[in-house]
Design a protein around this ligand. Structure first.
Ligand SMILES: *Cc1c(COP(=O)(O)O)cnc(C)c1O
Length: 368
């Protein structure tokens, strides 16, 4: 019997690109015979996790024979208290990636549309397509959001608009003024998602207060994560803040025990660790200024960032990142984002950043 997987595949799944992650450290060590490799490819916190989170993990470990709290009550109360929202306005996810899926699966009907920018976070398009929806893609203008074109792309069938703010991979942000203008004009039946994965790193005073739109009752979802500044990417935990009625509907779609007990405990502890947060923020700010200065010195263009990564125009980024790999530094080539001359580098600790700059300098000299 001849059988093709195409005969049983959901048509909306056909053609979705599998996510391509940054290369794991161990794999690079083995392939290049290196003992010391630094990963500056996935915007993780290179300071490591909060010590308080590690302690909480230790305490939680002996209870993993029990299912986690399916409603993540303690964590949602802590988040609610911190942000001045009701715990019932919070939904926890197995990474904010999962909440992006839940939003699409809860609200998007087959054939409805989501408006996304390009380049931006690739997870939005996958979530939309898996839910049977379509994407309208609006190019960034000068590496930043083009609010007028985004509004122009909103039509009868539009249900969701996604903003990564700050945007990944550019590090640019939608300003308060742009966000206000967008929210004034967007029809009330459209959900606006502000994915603020890098919120804690933002230094600009013009960053929008997305929770303010929620206070006015607008259908906004604000996403935050423990994967970036909190240093818990391996545990997979993020959260969304939105209207209580929207959380109730999303809870129908959410898996009953979607966030594991170790992640819940570590996240609640990390939230209390203001020292780790401040230290991480300061290191990032200093690292950013160091990298700007060194890139300027090398005459390499980059996009000023509000996050913990920088988009750098090295030219022929795939060969540059291969040479960096040989030097034990993993960065992210941007060919998949149609930015073949750029790479994205995570801002690390001082010695990581210095090592990156030195390897980059050597790589460029080698090319000449
Ligand atoms: C890293 C990142 C996330 C975080 O995803 P998690 O699933 O919470 O690890 C979300 N959005 C953007 C734009 C990101 O860059």
């Amino acid at each position: 019997m001849k059988f093709s997987v195409d005969d049983i595949l959901r048509p909306c799944v056909r053609g979705i690109e599998p996510y391509s992650p940054g290369r794991p450290i161990e794999e690079v060590k083995r392939e290049y015979g290196l003992s010391d490799v630094v990963k500056m490819a996935s915007n993780e916190n290179l300071l490591g996790p909060s010590p308080l989170a590690l302690e909480a993990l230790g305490r939680e470990m002996s209870g993993i024979n029990f299912y986690p709290d399916g409603s993540a009550r303690r964590l949602k109360e802590a988040i609610g208290a911190r942000l001045g929202v009701e715990p019932g306005q919070v939904i926890a996810g197995n990474g904010s990636d999962e909440i992006i899926r839940i939003i699409a699966e809860t609200f998007l009907c087959e054939g409805e549309e989501a408006v996304i920018s390009d380049p931006s976070f690739v997870v939005y398009a996958t979530a939309v397509r898996v839910a049977g929806g379509r994407c309208r893609v609006v190019p960034l203008k000068n590496f930043s959001y083009d609010v007028d074109s985004l509004l122009g792309a909103v039509g009868e069938k539009t249900k969701i608009v996604f903003f990564a703010n700050p945007n990944n991979p550019t590090g640019t942000m939608l300003s308060r003024e742009q966000a206000d203008r967008f929210m004034e004009r967007i029809p009330r039946r459209v959900i606006t998602v502000f994915d603020e994965a890098y919120y804690e790193y933002v230094e600009s005073p013009d960053f929008p207060a997305s929770l303010g739109y929620l206070e006015k009752g607008m259908p906004v979802v604000c996403l935050r994560t423990f994967s970036k500044i909190y240093g818990l990417a391996g545990l997979r935990i993020g959260y969304g803040i939105t209207r209580q009625d929207m959380v109730s509907e999303m809870n129908r779609v959410r898996q009953p025990f979607n966030v594991n007990s170790l992640a819940q405990a570590a996240a609640a502890a990390a939230l209390e660790d203001s020292r780790h947060l401040e230290k991480s923020r300061k290191l990032n700010s200093e690292g950013k200024r160091y990298l700007y200065a060194e890139l300027d010195r090398l005459g390499i263009e980059y996009i000023p960032t509000q996050a913990n990564f920088i988009l750098v125009r090295t030219g022929r980024a795939s060969s540059v990142s291969r040479r960096l790999l040989r030097g034990g530094i993993i960065v992210r080539g941007m060919a998949g984002y149609n930015l073949g001359d750029c790479l994205r580098v995570t801002i690390g600790l001082k010695h990581h950043n210095e090592r990156f700059v030195n390897a980059l300098r050597e790589s460029l000299e080698e090319e000449e």
